[in-house]
Design a protein around this ligand. Structure first.
Ligand SMILES: Nc1nc2c(ncn2[C@@H]2O[C@H](COP(=O)(O)OP(=O)(O)OP(=O)(O)O)[C@@H](O)[C@H]2O)c(=O)[nH]1
Length: 373
């Protein structure tokens, strides 16, 4: 299927959303994990009674691991939904995670021969636990996650293989392979969930837009117009000018009957283009209220609004609309009313007056603008 600019925009937006979501989740998941390495190292040294022979090593290892845990938390989070910043953040965070796992892995390997039991056992068990935790939790990116698992596991593997027994080393390799498989599966599940959530978000946004936009003309629909009118009435209560126009295409049935419904649709679209081009100033809003009826809100008093409506009507009547291969003169009747706090208790009152003015325009022969008497 060819990609349109709109679908390209949507997929670019979707990729951006996925990246931002990944940043949020990676941060959440990585925030706590860093501290466990320092605590585990402290525990391994604690069982030796922090004897003087190991005091410097303990300080160095525990201090480095805790410092890396602090750095994880302090990496500045990208404030705006900026892709470049988001990628930089992820690169930095994964860099710190990898550094942590390499420091831990090296410590664990050194520990196997340097510290008395049960410190090596503690480090060994923690290495397995960290590897599995990485496989389950930090699975957002496969390559750095795999490297982190290897960082935790491989140094110990070398020691087990060389200094304990080849069988124990082989067991460690099987364990490591299993972790990598778990990580791959966790990664797939993570991506599937992320993409599903993004699809749902997009559908929700699409429904929200569709519920407020007219599908044919892409103008705001009656629902959106009514809400905007309510809000405009509140502002008008503070003294701002507000006028309402209701426009109805004259004898629209004739267009359908003469040229068919497809041409009728095209005529409505063309009419909406003209309307939007004529009322596109600040605070102005055009909408399709239904059928061949349109509404305009404009922050103007009665005289200005009436003059603008007349200009639109006259221009329309003088320049034929081109739609679906047809050129035809289309006219409109307009009802105009302006907000007056003494007469209009609510939006409905103002709307009824504009509607009554439109009725008079129709009864008066069409192709005319009537305003509140
Ligand atoms: N093609 C098309 N026709 C529509 C649409 N909505 C309403 N109509 C038609 O608009 C016509 C409205 O007819 P009427 O209500 O009699 O109004 P009119 O012919 O414009 O006459 P006046 O309003 O009295 O000047 C009907 O034939 C509807 O079928 C639409 O979305 N597309």
């Amino acid at each position: 299927m060819p990609t349109t600019p709109a679908s390209h925009d949507r997929s670019a937006q979707s990729a951006r959303n996925l990246l931002i979501q990944e940043v949020v989740e990676t941060r959440q998941r990585a925030r706590l994990g860093g501290w466990f390495y320092g605590v585990a190292a402290a525990l391994a040294f604690a069982v030796t009674g922090f004897s003087t022979g190991y005091r410097m090593s303990a300080l160095l290892v525990i201090g480095t691991l805790l410092a890396l845990a602090i750095v994880r938390v302090l990496i500045p989070v990208p404030a705006a939904p900026d892709e470049r910043e988001a990628r930089r953040y992820l690169r930095t965070l994964w860099g710190v995670v990898l550094a942590t796992t390499i420091v831990w892995g090296s410590f664990s390997a050194w520990n196997q021969s340097a510290l008395p039991e049960p410190a090596p056992l503690i480090a060994l068990l923690f290495s397995g636990a960290f590897g599995m935790a990485l496989a389950h939790t930090l699975c957002m990116r496969q390559l750095p996650s795999a490297l982190a698992i290897l960082g935790v596991m491989v140094p110990t593997l070398v020691v087990l293989w060389r200094e304990v027994a080849i069988g124990v080393g082989a067991m460690w390799i099987v364990y490591m392979a299993y972790m990598l498989l778990v990580m791959r599966r966790s990664h797939r599940e993570y991506r599937a969930r992320l993409e599903l959530e993004e699809d749902l978000r997009q559908q929700r946004d699409l429904f929200a837009t569709q519920s407020r936009v007219d599908g044919l003309t892409l103008l705001p629909n009656r629902r959106e117009f009514s809400e905007s009118l309510e809000q405009a009435i509140v502002l008008a209560g503070d003294g701002r000018a507000l006028s309402l126009l209701i426009l109805d295409i004259d004898h629209f049935k004739r267009i359908n009957d003469s040229f068919g419904h497809v041409a009728g649709d095209a005529c409505l679209v063309e009419f909406s283009h003209r309307l939007r081009a004529s009322f596109d100033g600040p605070g102005e809003l055009c909408a399709r209220l239904g059928g061949e009826e349109f509404g305009v809100l404009l922050p103007a008093d009665c005289i200005v609004a009436h003059a603008r409506a007349e200009r639109f009507r006259e221009t329309l009547a003088q320049s034929p609309l081109a739609f679906d291969g047809v050129q035809d003169v289309v006219t409109t009747s307009v009802g105009c009313s302006s907000f007056d706090a003494s007469r209009h208790a609510d939006a409905g009152a103002l709307y009824r007056e504009a509607d009554a003015a439109l009725y008079r325009a129709k009864m008066g022969g069409r192709n005319r603008t009537e305003r509140t008497l």
